[in-house]
Design a protein around this ligand. Structure first.
Ligand code: CA2
Length: 144
C-alpha cells in the first residue's frame, strides 16, 4: 500500500443501498461497494457513510490532512448543501462527485447539483460499478 490515500465519502440514506428501491439504486449493498473500492485501492482507503451533515463536513475537513483525493456521493445534500460545497472548496486535491443513478434522467429536483462546480469530475448512472470507475479515475488523476 504505497499509493496515494483516497477517501470515499457517502451521504444520507446510502446505508440503505441494496435494501430499498433496487429499481433505482440496484441490489448491491454499501458493504459490497466498500469491498469493491478496497479491491480497487492502490493505497490507503477511508470508506465512510453518514446521515449527518456536520459529520460529513468534519470528514471532508479530516481529508484535508490525510487524503490525496476525495470520491463523494453527497446524495440528497448534492442539491441543497452550501455547507458541504464550502467544505469541499477547502480541499486542494481532486474531487470526484459520484451518483449511482443517472440524476439527469430523473425528476428535475435532481438536475441541479451544487457540488458539480467544485468537483474535478462527475460520474453518474453507472450503478454501483460507478465506484470502481471512480477509483480508477481517481488514481489516474493522482498519478498522471
Ligand atoms: O444516485 C445516487 O447515488 C444519489 O446520490 C442517491 C441519492 C439521491 O438523493 C441523489 O440524487 C442521487 C439518494 C440516496 C438514497 O439512497 C437510498 C438507497 C437505497 C434505498 C433508499 C435510498
Amino acid at each position: 500500500m504505497t499509493g496515494p490515500a483516497v477517501h470515499v465519502l457517502n451521504g444520507p440514506n446510502l446505508n440503505l443501498l441494496g435494501q430499498r428501491e433496487p429499481h433505482i439504486y440496484g441490489a448491491t449493498t454499501l458493504a459490497e461497494v466498500e469491498q469493491m473500492c478496497r479491491d480497487a485501492a492502490q493505497g490507503p482507503l477511508v470508506f465512510a457513510q453518514t446521515n449527518h451533515e456536520g459529520v460529513m463536513i468534519d470528514m471532508i475537513h479530516a481529508a484535508r490532512g490525510s487524503a490525496a483525493g476525495i470520491v463523494i456521493n453527497p446524495a440528497g445534500w448534492t442539491f441543497r448543501s452550501i455547507a458541504i460545497v464550502d467544505a469541499l472548496k477547502a480541499f486542494a486535491g481532486p474531487i470526484i462527485e459520484l451518483h449511482i443513478s443517472n440524476v439527469h434522467a430523473r425528476d428535475p429536483i435532481y438536475h441541479h447539483s451544487l457540488v458539480s462546480p467544485v468537483a474535478t469530475a462527475v460520474i453518474c448512472g453507472l450503478g454501483a460499478r460507478g465506484y470502481r470507475v471512480a477509483m480508477q479515475a481517481m488514481y489516474g488523476l493522482l498519478t498522471g
